[in-house]
Design a protein around this ligand. Structure first.
Ligand code: GSH
Length: 216
């Protein structure tokens, strides 16, 4: 069987979501770097596998799948040996899915509203309303983590790796987490997860790029 390939770029949060999920599940994958800075995502070959010209994309023996969270779920369903990572139990799985949707429809949206204008040189400071909005969604995450050890219960799941990988870039700017003690505890636990060492450099580069464009 051909190795499972993950088309990847370390600075991309969604790419880190797919990689951390694979590492948590323990499925071997081969990383194929798509250098977004060199616009490699627009190459004819890459556009054939992902017309949406973005990372990540998975190639599992010819089965092509994009969308980071869909990749995480697929890998867990196909290769997971530990049912706690993406539970089959309907209600437990529904909670994991709810956290995944919360990440992509709220947390990430609020994070990007802050970071993209700065990364693309439109803003040089963080507007108060955007800071408040992101902190309001962090309060929801804080609440989940008050009720349980991990974001979807007492076991680590792909919701943890997804949320962590997704917003680790803004945390790498030195975001003030003093009002979020449970998030701080959880971040510490996440730093012991498989894949953490591999993804932390990409998150740092993202954070540094944001900081570089902020008015000092
Ligand atoms: N919803 C997608 C988003 C992926 C995404 O936005 N990837 C960005 C990097 S963070 C990308 O590859 N952008 C290059 C482009 O769109 O040309 C996912 O979660 O996989």
């Amino acid at each position: 069987m051909a190795p499972i390939k993950l088309y990847y770029y370390p600075v991309s949060g969604p790419a880190r979501i797919a990689l951390m999920a694979a590492r948590l599940i323990g499925v071997p994958i081969q990383l194929e770097i798509v250098d977004l800075m060199k616009k490699e995502q627009y190459s004819e070959v890459y556009l054939k596998i992902n017309p949406q010209h973005c990372v990540p994309t998975l190639d599992d023996d010819g089965f092509i799948l994009s969308e980071s969270r869909a990749i995480a779920c697929y890998l867990a369903d196909k290769y997971g040996t530990d049912d706690t990572i993406y539970p089959k139990d309907l209600k437990k799985r529904a909670i994991v899915n709810q956290r995944l949707y919360f990440e992509c429809s709220t947390l990430l949206v609020k994070m990007r509203a802050i970071c993209h204008p700065i990364l693309f040189n439109i803003e040089t400071e963080i507007k108060k309303n955007l800071r408040d909005d992101f902190n309001a969604s962090l309060s929801i995450l804080e609440k989940y983590l008050t009720d349980s050890e991990w974001v979807a219960g007492e076991h680590v799941t792909i919701a943890d790796t997804t949320i962590f990988a997704s917003i680790s870039g803004i945390f790498a700017t030195g975001w003030d987490l003093s009002s979020f003690p449970n998030i701080q505890r959880w971040l510490n636990s996440c730093s012991n997860l498989p894949g953490y060492e591999e993804i932390k450099e990409g998150a740092k580069i993202y954070g540094d790029l944001v900081k570089k464009n902020l008015k000092q």
